[in-house]
Ligand binder design. Structure first.
Ligand code: GLN
Length: 494
């Protein structure tokens, strides 16, 4: 019998339709795999019973010939999406026990299409981090290990639980959110595919806010086509989010398999940043050659202002976070530490409820928004952000997509890169520019490092041209033919 946990979503949908197996069997296989992989700590809250019930409903629909578009596919839901009746923590102590009375639009869209959530996936607290080590519910482990080295590695962040779950074959797909790289960098670290669509493509309604002008939801899966199927379900206009864009959602999966002949792929010269792992730079050249061989034209482009993106991000994102997180005051949500008076209650609640990284961001954000510094930092950062956006628009006059590395290094060990916050922030040097400009970005695994870790490349597209990104990503996926499995799964298979 087919190994149900190693299939693609596309193949599983075909199998379900042909009645080769049932949704209950598919969901049960993933629950069993999840139970066997609990040491990875992918889920903050497991919802296996709800998943089993949903699978039965899905089976009934298949039996009647009334299956929904993605009926019966088990996924992991980042614990940043509010899910009606199911605890939503944002990986923070301050939201422990918070049970939303409503569903986020994206998770609701996915339910509408028959997707089944196995649980709420672990993440960095309030999605702030690049290693899933800031969660109040413990680290997530990457299912990959370096060859000959038994140290546990980080899955990347902030959507680390989602990425690790898909890589470990305990979920067929997952949701993530990406503010500065939180879908693309964990996808690269875990050897899977993930896309952050254009800002405004997916509704932010019901997603716990980090930095509202940057946050975007998107999917993880093990193939480009599976990501296309999931994004089609997640995306769409929502009157409940004023920044969601009223454009029809294309049938993204139809872009898969299209020819890249004549398409122009830009390679930004400024992205050869110092400190990037030489294996990743070599892979970048190889990726460009693969696309050239597939018929695309490679052009060198310049994005001169993107070198300021990281610094600008660490003004804008903390500014927005300090304002968004002001609502956690012990009065309306989750945890409350009783004080002598109202101010004391606020202070105690926030001191106990937030972790160190979240506090650091709130302090930076409050500082850059304070009366004396607003112009010098926040307004200046907004001006630079416009220039970064302009850089991308200029580049897209010369090319259809951009090809860059996703992250400057492969996955690192827990505890590495933690000497100072800036080393950790550098992880997102390649992903943050696209977040600042709001353009879509996809990461896919293209090769392995010398010590056996997955390495990803990133494709960036014009606003709302995810189809072109999917088309080029699929061509690269075909050429790269990445089939390696995390060592933990190889051992099991042997
Ligand atoms: N690592 C970045 C940060 O900590 C990005 C996080 C994200 O995209 N949510 O801000």
């Amino acid at each position: 019998m087919t190994n149900l946990t190693h299939m693609t979503i596309r193949a599983a949908l075909d199998g379900l339709k042909k009645k080769e197996f049932t949704a209950s069997e598919l969901v049960d296989a993933h629950i069993a795999a999840s139970e066997a992989a609990r040491h990875l700590n992918c889920y903050i809250t497991e919802t296996f019973d709800l998943a089993r019930d949903a699978a039965k409903e899905s089976d009934a629909r298949y039996a009647k010939g009334e299956a929904l578009p993605l009926d019966g596919i088990p996924i992991a839901m980042k614990d940043l999406f509010c899910t009606e009746g199911v605890q939503t923590t944002a990986a923070s102590k301050i939201l422990k026990g918070f049970i939303p009375p409503y569903e986020s639009t994206v998770s609701g869209n996915m339910k509408r299409d028959g997707l089944i959530s196995l649980g709420k996936a672990n993440l960095d607290e309030f999605a702030m981090g690049s290693s899933n080590t800031t969660s109040a519910y413990g680290h997530v482990l990457n299912p990959w290990k370096r060859e000959g080295d038994d140290r546990d590695l980080v899955p990347g962040g902030s959507s680390g639980g989602s990425a690790a779950a898909v890589a470990a074959r305990i979920a067929m797909g997952a949701t993530g959110t990406d503010t500065g790289g939180s879908i693309r960098q964990p996808a690269a670290f875990c050897g899977i595919t993930g896309i952050k669509p254009t800002y405004g493509r997916c509704s932010r309604f019901g997603i716990v806010a980090f930095a509202s002008s940057l946050d975007q939801a998107g999917p993880f899966a093990r193939t480009v086509e599976d990501c296309a199927l999931l994004l089609e379900s997640m995306a769409g206009y929502d009157p409940k989010d004023s920044t969601s864009v009223n454009l029809p959602v294309p049938r993204y999966a139809d872009a898969i398999g299209g020819s890249v002949k004549g398409l122009k792929v830009g390679v930004p010269k400024e992205y050869r940043v110092e400190g990037t792992n030489p294996e990743i730079l070599a892979l970048w050249d190889k990726g460009a050659q693969m696309l050239k061989d597939a018929g695309a034209e490679i052009v060198e482009v310049s994005l001169p202002y993107t070198k300021y993106a990281l610094q600008t991000y660490y003004v804008i994102a903390p500014a927005e976070c300090s304002s968004n997180l002001a609502r956690y005051d012990g009065v309306r949500f989750g945890q409350r530490a009783e004080g002598d008076n109202l101010i004391d209650t606020y202070e105690k609640t926030r001191a106990e409820g937030f972790g160190q990284e979240v506090k650091r961001r709130i302090l930076i954000g409050t500082y850059v928004l304070s009366a004396g510094y607003y112009d010098a930092y926040y307004n200046q950062a907004r001006r630079v952000r416009k220039l970064i956006w302009q850089d991308f628009m200029n580049a897209y006059q010369q090319c259809d997509v951009l090809l860059t590395p996703t992250a400057p290094t492969p996955a690192f060990a827990i505890g590495e890169n933690q000497q100072d916050p800036v080393t950790m922030y550098l992880n997102d040097v390649f992903t943050i520019p696209a977040s600042m400009a709001g353009v879509p970005g996809l990461s896919l695994p293209v090769g392995l490092s010398g010590d056996g870790l997955p390495l990803g490349l990133q494709l960036l597209g014009r606003p709302f041209e995810e189809e072109t990104v999917f088309k080029v990503a699929h061509a690269l996926e075909q050429a790269a033919h990445f089939t390696a499995l995390p060592q933990t799964l190889q051992r099991k298979a042997a």
